[in-house]
Write a protein that binds this ligand. Structure first.
Ligand SMILES: Cc1cc2nc3c(=O)[nH]c(=O)nc-3n(C[C@H](O)[C@H](O)[C@H](O)COP(=O)(O)O)c2cc1C
Length: 408
């Protein structure tokens, strides 16, 4: 190579971008955002997000199920452009992906739920606002342009009056669908959190404070804002400051809950009801019989019952049982556009993601959540083009190949 040829290869014009913008721009996928997140938050926060229940069998199983998926492309289909837009429970969405409810996320980044709500609204994606959020449901509704569709996630407190009031508040604040989480009669044992003493609000033991000091950006934002709490219910339940989150859930949630209680609580709601945490056909049928118009096949991202099945593995049976009576979504382990394509090909209306947006949030606040959505939608568009379809609606089970026994 002569000097001229070498000069032709040099690219010194673009000034390097430092800090968060550079990290986000350099992320090629959700896993890159995860690595950036792990570097930027204290260990207890990283484990709070990344961890699962007990031996984390289900946590791993979720990814293994997607890794076994075979996508069979059709070539030369003339796909000049893709269109990822869809509708989820009557709400327009720029892609078949919504953001799952994740509680108390001001520990991940001080802007927490507000940053997520703004990024989702800007991307035209629906955010499911958690009842255990660290920002009130009213503040989150006000943070987005009027008319932006948002869903509300409901846990069922022992105090039925409190639970009903949340339903009424969500209705008055304009939420468009009620996502009722079924899989949390008690909290799963997230043993990483137990080891770290992770709590809401977090306890600053000497070790935690030292670790936090090694993450100055996180630390600075944290000490500038009020301690994270379960903002929707702080005036109605004892502070979780003196217990663990596991104890709080054990005291406040009702493990004696039945399907009948669900209909009573939802008397005050007249919009779509989406049952989250269904893992078998029988429960899908029960949920629809109890009034649900939608199902989220979910194992809570492997955070509740360890050894529960991977969601992708039970999706077909749920669809067969209620696919003609309810819209079916899936979450737990979705990290790639190809995962979304696989779930949609099997018959899901779309997917939700939880940790992926928390990785973005921890890595770069609102811009990090926006980057995650950009990466996922870019991957989905590319996957569809490679599969030979222009829209997710054209996918069906014929695009899913079988995995040979010897490969399992
Ligand atoms: C930090 C964290 C907090 C969560 N909090 C809630 C919650 O308050 N309510 C709920 O229904 N699900 C909660 N989930 C579960 C998510 O809604 C979703 O089911 C799960 O994250 C999907 O798996 P994924 O993280 O692999 O995408 C939480 C998940 C995480 C990671």
């Amino acid at each position: 190579m002569n000097a001229r040829e070498m000069a032709g290869l040099l690219d010194l014009a673009a000034p390097p971008k430092w800090g968060t913008a550079r990290v986000l721009a350099a992320a090629r996928n959700v896993e890159d955002l995860r690595r950036a997140f792990l570097r930027r938050v204290p260990r207890a926060v990283a484990d709070f997000v990344d961890g699962g229940a007990e031996d984390e069998v289900t946590l791993r199983r979720n990814r293994e199920a997607f890794a076994r998926v075979v996508l069979t492309p059709r070539q030369f289909q003339g796909v000049a452009a893709t269109d990822l837009r869809t509708e989820l429970f009557g709400c327009p969405s720029s892609l078949p992906v919504a953001l799952a409810p994740c509680g108390a996320i001001r520990v991940v980044h001080a802007e927490g739920e507000l940053a997520v709500a703004r990024a989702a609204a800007a991307a035209g994606v629906i955010y499911t606002v958690p009842s255990m959020g660290s920002t009130t449901l009213e503040e989150i509704a006000r943070a987005v342009p009027p008319g932006t569709p948002q869903w509300f996630q409901l846990y069922l407190w022992r105090d039925r009056g409190l639970t009903r009031d949340l339903v009424v508040r969500a209705r008055e604040a304009g939420y468009r669908a009620m996502v009722v989480t079924l899989d949390t009669p008690v909290s799963g044992a997230r043993e990483r959190d137990i080891a770290n003493g992770m709590n809401i609000p977090p306890k600053l033991t000497r070790a935690a404070a030292l670790d936090a000091a090694r993450h100055p950006g996180w630390w600075w934002r944290f000490i500038q804002s009020a301690p994270p709490s379960f903002a929707n219910v702080t005036d109605r339940t004892p502070s979780a400051a003196d217990t663990t989150t596991m104890q709080y859930v054990a005291e406040q949630f009702d493990p004696g809950i039945t399907w009948d209680d669900l209909s009573t609580v939802l008397d005050a709601w007249d919009g779509p009801v989406i049952a989250k945490g269904v893992l078998c056909a029988a429960d899908a049928v029960r949920a629809v019989d109890a009034g649900a118009t939608g199902i989220i096949v979910s194992n809570h991202g492997g955070r509740q019952l360890d050894r529960a099945p991977a969601t992708f593995d039970v999706l077909a049976s749920v669809l067969e049982a209620v696919g003609d009576r309810a819209e079916v979504l899936l979450d737990s382990g979705v990290r790639r556009g190809g995962d979304v394509a696989a779930a949609v090909a099997l018959g899901a209306r779309g997917c939700l993601v939880g940790r992926p947006y928390l990785y973005g949030l921890g890595a770069g606040g609102e811009a990090g959540v926006a980057r995650m959505l950009e990466l996922l939608s870019g991957e989905l568009a590319r996957t569809l083009t490679l599969m030979g379809v222009a829209t997710p609606g054209e996918l069906d089970a014929s695009f899913l190949g079988a995995v040979a026994e010897h490969q399992l």
